[in-house]
Design a protein around this ligand. Structure first.
Ligand code: SF4
Length: 363
C-alpha cells in the first residue's frame, strides 16, 4: 500500500546520490550486509564488567578498534558473522553496562543533570529509568529512503522546542506506556519481517532512553538498520556508546547560533555541541540531516547550518531542507514565528542549499 502513497520511496531505491551517500544502509536494508549492532555483538569485551568506570572505557576504546576492523572484514566478505562465536561478554554488553552507569548520574545529553535516574530522580527531560512510548507504527511520512520506517516514539525530550509538533509526546514524559528492551526488540524483529526498512528511534528524543535502546539492540537477533533520529544534543559519552550500533543518524540541525536555540528550544551551548556530534556521527556511520526552515530564519539559521554542513561534511551528505513548519504548541507567543513559512522563503532556502554546494537534497 505504501508504494501507492509514496512512489518516491520506490524511486529512492534507484536514486544514485542516495545510494552513494547511504551505501551501507542500502546494503543492510537489502539484506546484503548485517546491521552494525550485530557486528558489535561479535566483538569480545575484554574486561570484567564489574571493573571501574575507567577500565570499562579503556576496554570500550579497544573494542571499538576491533569493531571497525571486523566491520571492514565483514563488508569485504572476508569474514562471515555466522561463523564467529558469540562472545560471553560482547562490546554491546559493555555499552549497555556503561550506559547503566551513566544513568546513575545522568549525562546522556549535554544538559548533564547528574541525577540518579535509577533512584527515581528525573532531570530536565523528565524521563525515568524505564522508557515510555507514545506510539510505535510503520511510518510512511519519513524520508523516501527510509519508508516504510518502523518508528518508536519515546515520551520526553531533552529540548523544549516552543513550536514542537509532538508537544504532547515530548513534554509529557509521564504519559505513554512503559516498555521493556525485550518488548522493543520483539517489536523491531516483527516489523522487519513485515517489511520495515529500518527501526527508527525517536520521540521526543531517544537520548534519555539510550540504556534501553542499546539493551533492545542487544536482544534483537534480526538484521534491521538502526536509525538514531535525534536533536543530537547528546553528550560525548553518549556519542561514544552509539558508535558501532547505528546505521544511520537521522539528525535535526535546527539552529545556526546559540541565541535562537535558547529562545526557541530553551537549550544552551547548542551550536558547538550539535556541530561536534554531527562530525562524530559522520565519522562513525551514515547521515541524513534535516533542517526545518523557520519563518524569518534564513540568515540566522538556514544559511549558517547549510554552509556548515557543506564545509565540514561535504556536499554529498543527504540533506532534507524542510518546509513543514507550523504554528504549534507555544509558537504563538513568539510573533516572528507565529505564521507559516512562505513559498518564497522556502525557495530561498533551497537556493542557499545549492549556493553553498549541497548536491544531495531529499527531493
Ligand atoms: S537525558 Fe535527561 S536527565 Fe539525562 S542529562 Fe539529559 S536532560 Fe538530564
Amino acid at each position: 500500500m505504501w508504494r501507492i502513497f509514496r512512489p518516491d520511496a520506490v524511486a529512492a531505491l534507484r536514486d544514485e546520490r542516495a545510494r552513494k551517500s547511504l551505501a551501507r544502509y542500502f546494503a543492510v536494508m537489502e539484506g546484503r550486509l548485517p546491521a552494525r549492532f550485530l557486528v558489535c555483538k561479535r566483538v569480545k569485551a575484554k574486561v570484567d564488567l564489574s571493573a571501574s568506570d575507567e577500565e570499562l572505557w579503556r576496554a570500550h576504546e579497544r573494542g571499538l578498534k576491533e569493531f571497525r576492523k571486523l566491520l571492514v572484514d565483514t563488508d569485504k566478505g572476508k569474514t562471515e558473522l555466522e561463523n564467529l562465536k558469540q562472545p560471553e561478554s560482547s562490546l554491546l554488553d559493555l555499552k549497555v553496562a556503561l550506559a547503566r552507569r551513566i544513568l546513575k548520574s545522568c549525562h546522556f545529553c549535554e544538559r548533564r543533570c547528574g541525577f540518579d535516574r535509577t533512584a527515581g530522580k528525573v532531570g530536565v527531560c523528565g524521563v525515568g529509568e524505564r522508557s515510555r512510548i507514545a506510539s510505535e507504527f510503520m511510518h510512511h511520512g519519513e524520508e523516501s529512503v527510509l519508508v516504510p520506517s518502523y518508528t518508536i516514539f519515546f515520551n520526553g525530550c531533552t529540548f523544549h522546542c516552543q513550536y514542537c509538533q509532538n508537544w504532547d509526546i515530548s513534554q509529557y514524559p509521564e504519559a505513554g506506556v512503559e516498555v521493556s528492551p525485550q518488548t522493543l526488540a520483539k517489536l523491531a524483529e516483527g516489523a522487519r519481517k513485515d517489511g520495515a526498512r529500518n527501526v527508527n528511534w525517536v520521540g521526543g528524543d531517544p537520548t534519555p532512553n539510550l540504556h534501553n535502546i542499546l539493551a533492545a539492540l542487544n536482544e534483537c537477533e534480526v538484521s534491521i538498520p538502526s536509525v538514531w533520529n535525534s536533536n543530537m544534543y547528546c553528550s560525548l559519552e553518549t556519542m561514544k556508546l552509539l558508535f558501532g550500533t547505528q546505521d544511520v543518524y537521522l539528525t535535526d540541525f535546527k539552529y545556526g547560533n546559540d541565541d535562537c536555540a535558547l529562545r526557541y528550544s530553551k537549550v544552551p551551548n547548542y551550536f558547538g555541541v550539535v556541530s561536534r556530534n554531527h562530525k562524530l556521527a559522520f565519522d562513525d556511520a551514515e547521515l541524513i540531516i534535516r533542517h526545518l526552515v523557520l519563518p524569518r530564519g534564513l540568515e540566522c539559521c538556514t544559511r549558517p547550518v547549510l554552509k556548515w554542513i557543506s564545509d565540514n561534511l561535504g556536499g554529498m551528505v543527504r540533506t532534507n531542507v524542510m518546509n513543514q513548519y507550523r504554528v504549534e504548541a507555544m509558537a504563538h507567543k513568539y510573533p516572528e514565528i507565529s505564521r507559516r513559512l512562505t513559498a518564497a522563503e522556502f525557495e530561498k532556502a533551497l537556493e542557499i542549499a545549492r549556493e553553498v554546494g549541497l548536491q544531495n537534497l531529499e527531493p
